[in-house]
Design a protein around this ligand. Structure first.
Ligand code: G1P
Ligand code: ZN
Length: 544
């Protein structure tokens, strides 16, 4: 066995986006493409001989192959210790949990999150830092800079390592432990939630559950935690076997892609709680009998009730939401007298606030919620939170949400995505809005008067770092809001996201269809950006 130094030349497109380097499998299959990026990460991390790294992925196509390459490259780069999830599997939250628990210096997570998998779809690679959270921009810029000048990478010449069995191995100077991907994470969950109470109610079928793992990484986590540890009826976890192509599906837990679950939740046989998670286990969808809880509302309900949950009984230090997330959370924070921070889209912006103890709960409208227990959003955690809440309150999801609206008012909310647009068109639309910002305030669109029009720029209250151009916000005089931004995670063309939100304090108007309530604002959005006219698309590709 020896270390081979391979000459390579840079690719120009290895700039990480909202969530790591996400590209098509074909991109990653180009000669040395993966190796270049992994070596760029290693080159940015300094002396690796005293570093421990966690490694795992969501099991999608290329996962196994990439894990073996990274193991050999880690050994050739003299990483001191590697902790790998058995079978190369780790959900994103479980990876974050391991990094924190074992004081690792960081971790490499292989995932393209909710994007489809398989030879014709997507793959991705993310780096998380010692706090367990996504690498902040300083890191990703260094990775990118390294990728632009890379000339060689190092790889151990050896057979593939057996990662299907738990155990300790050695490759060169690198100690390798293959660990159970679920155990440590499940233990952490049992400290945060009242497992005894949930178990009793699941056993007596006071509460029933349907968790759709979408043939993605959370299958084994769901089976072990919900069915084995908490005694949910066998079969409560559906689509539980992870597949390299997610069974041909799109592992994105929303009303469009979690179809089977939605049908069930609106049928007569609906369980108490319906839930789903995405490819790498960090997103969550929450449903009750005949109700879909928008992620922004779910976050607000969690904040309003956190003190009832064992892990949060001291109350919340503060909360945060990504800018396009609805302001339902702000209303709860206001009433509790705690801070509510508004951050750019992407989980990495919560890291400093969590580390500094300024917040203990945070979330995004894109089906992501989590707390200070790790530094990633966490799908299973959110579902356990709701299970625990239902068990304590002995109320249905519908009752909990309706009561919440009665107390705080309802923020009608929807996101319209136009996917796969021409990149140039996406840029042109944002550019067009940007150039008109100064002239918009005071203008009237339909019955709405524009109060302010601005581009969201963030200054991190902890380290003072800034992030510009994080989305266009158009606010109206009745408090309604439109947000326009381009996705930073897509792999093909551009995706325009339009976020539409309107506050309704009157309980008599809380049971309406969001798309109808928001229709005028949706029309105003079209007048402002003209996406339908310019793209020739009569409707968004996805509405959530
Ligand atoms: C999307 C979501 C964002 C989330 C990210 C990673 O990013 O909008 O909230 O953090 O995926 O899951 P976008 O494609 O909008 O840049
Ligand atoms: Zn994800």
């Amino acid at each position: 066995m020896s270390i081979r130094i391979v000459h390579t030349s840079p690719y120009t497109d290895q700039k990480p986006g909202t969530s790591g380097l996400r590209k098509t499998v074909r991109d990653f299959q180009q000669e040395n493409y993966l190796e270049n990026f992994v070596q760029s990460i290693f080159n940015s991390l300094g002396d690796l001989s005293d570093q421990t790294l966690v490694l795992g992925g969501d099991g999608r196509f290329l996962n196994q192959h990439a894990i073996q390459i990274i193991i050999k490259m880690a050994a050739a780069n003299r990483v001191r210790r590697l902790m790998i999830g058995q079978g190369g599997i780790l959900s994103t939250p479980a990876a974050s949990c391991l990094i924190r628990k074992y004081h690792a210096d960081g971790g490499i997570i292989l995932s393209a999150s909710h994007n489809p998998g398989g030879p014709d779809h997507d793959f991705g690679i993310k780096y998380n830092i010692a706090n367990g959270g996504p690498a902040p921009e300083g890191y990703t810029e260094r990775f990118y800079a390294q990728s632009r000048k890379i000339s060689e990478y190092r790889i151990f010449e050896s057979r593939d390592l057996d990662i299907d069995h738990i155990g300790r191995y050695r490759l060169g100077e690198t100690m390798i432990s293959v660990v159970d991907p679920v155990d440590d994470y499940a233990r952490l969950m049992s400290f945060l939630f009242d497992f005894d109470l949930i178990r009793k109610q699941l056993a007596s079928e006071t509460i029933t559950l349907c968790f759709d793992a979408m043939h993605a990484v959370t299958g084994p986590y769901g089976r072990k935690i919900f069915e084995v540890q908490l005694g949910a009826l066998p079969g409560s976890v559906i689509n539980a076997v992870p597949r390299e192509d997610f069974g041909g599906g799109h592992p994105d837990p929303n009303l469009v892609h979690a179809k089977a679950l939605c049908r069930k939740m609106f049928s007569t046989e609906s369980p108490t709680l319906g839930a789903a998670s995405d490819g790498d286990g960090d997103r969550n969808l929450i449903m009750g009998k005949h109700i879909f809880v928008t992620p922004s509302d779910s976050l607000a309900v969690m904040a309003a009730n956190a003190h009832l949950i064992p892990g949060y009984k001291e109350g919340l230090a503060g909360v945060a939401r990504s800018m396009p997330t609805s302001r339902a959370l702000d209303r709860v924070a206001d009433s509790f007298g705690i801070d509510c921070f508004e951050t750019p889209t992407g989980w990495k912006y919560f890291g400093n606030l969590l580390d500094a103890g300024k917040i203990s709960l945070c979330g995004e409208e894109s089906f992501g919620t989590s707390s200070n227990h790790i530094r990633e959003k966490d799908g299973i955690w959110a579902i356990l939170f709701w299970l625990n809440l239902i068990a304590i309150k002995q109320e249905s999801v519908l009752q909990i949400v309706h009561k919440h609206w009665r107390q705080f008012g309802r923020d009608y909310y929807s996101r319209h995505d136009y996917e796969g647009l021409d990149r140039e068109l996406g840029d042109r639309i944002i550019e067009g809005l940007r150039s008109r910002l100064p002239e918009l305030p005071g203008k009237k669109i339909a019955s709405y008067a524009i109060q302010s029009a601005e581009e969201f720029c963030y200054r991190d209250p902890v380290d003072g770092s800034t992030a510009d151009n994080q989305g266009i916000i158009i606010s109206f005089d009745d408090g309604s809001r439109l947000v326009f931004r381009l996705s930073g995670t897509g792999t093909a063309g551009a995706t325009l996201r339009i976020y539409i939100e309107k506050f309704e304090p009157d309980p008599a108007k809380h049971d309406l269809d969001p798309q109808s309530v928001l229709a005028d604002l949706i029309g105003a959005a079209e007048q402002l950006c003209r996406i339908r006219t310019l793209s020739g698309r009569p409707a968004p590709s996805v509405i959530t």
